[in-house]
Design a protein around this ligand. Sequence first.
Ligand SMILES: [Cu+2]
Length: 235
Amino acid sequence: MIERFLPVASTYAGDIDFVFDLIFWTVGFWFLLAQGVFFWLLVRFRKRDGVRAQYVTGELKSEKRFITIPHALVLVCDVFIVFFAIRVWYDVKQHLPEAQQTVRVVAQQWAWSFVQPGPDGRLDTADDIKTVDELHVQVGTTYHFQLVSRDVVHSFSVPVFRLKQDVIPGRVITGWFEPTRTGTFDIQCAEICGIGHGYMPGRIVIETAEQHAAWMASHSNREIAAASGPAAGGR
Ligand SMILES: [Cu+2]
């Protein structure tokens, strides 16, 4: 249902949508049923001339079951919801599949910076590719992200991935995602992080292997050209 409004672009987005749908339909069913019974009772037992109201204490066993049976049924629904929620939570937040790529995500007031390995495939080396407010990733690749903050608490949110993770100063928080479709989508900060919080949008560009390789090559060349530029200028 949610995918009609927001595309699904990660391996676990569908599972998270399923939990949302489960909660929506379960709560919706009980809401409509409870309101339906309520309004039916209002009309059925409305004030009528010559009919005296009955005083019901709700203490008899035959009366109590109108509370205990629905209560037990709602608890059974809760068990279902909690079961599926924990299963999805474990997959997204507790379990960490092997990474094919790692990207560092740096949050600050009020921008996102991204550091990706260059051609050597390793972070924190001279060929790292750094971008601001734009993250380029390859479809079908398992990424680890390392979240760090330069100042306050932010929240790394990629709605099409159904991913949201707080960024805490002084900590490196590792998580994962695997994009499943190409396109350009939003990155948001989902934590009020100061006056410019609303001006902290980023973009994630999910590319095919060829597009990503071309982007990497153009970026690496640009970095090398920038690094060698002053030397070429005869300094
Ligand atoms: Cu923020």
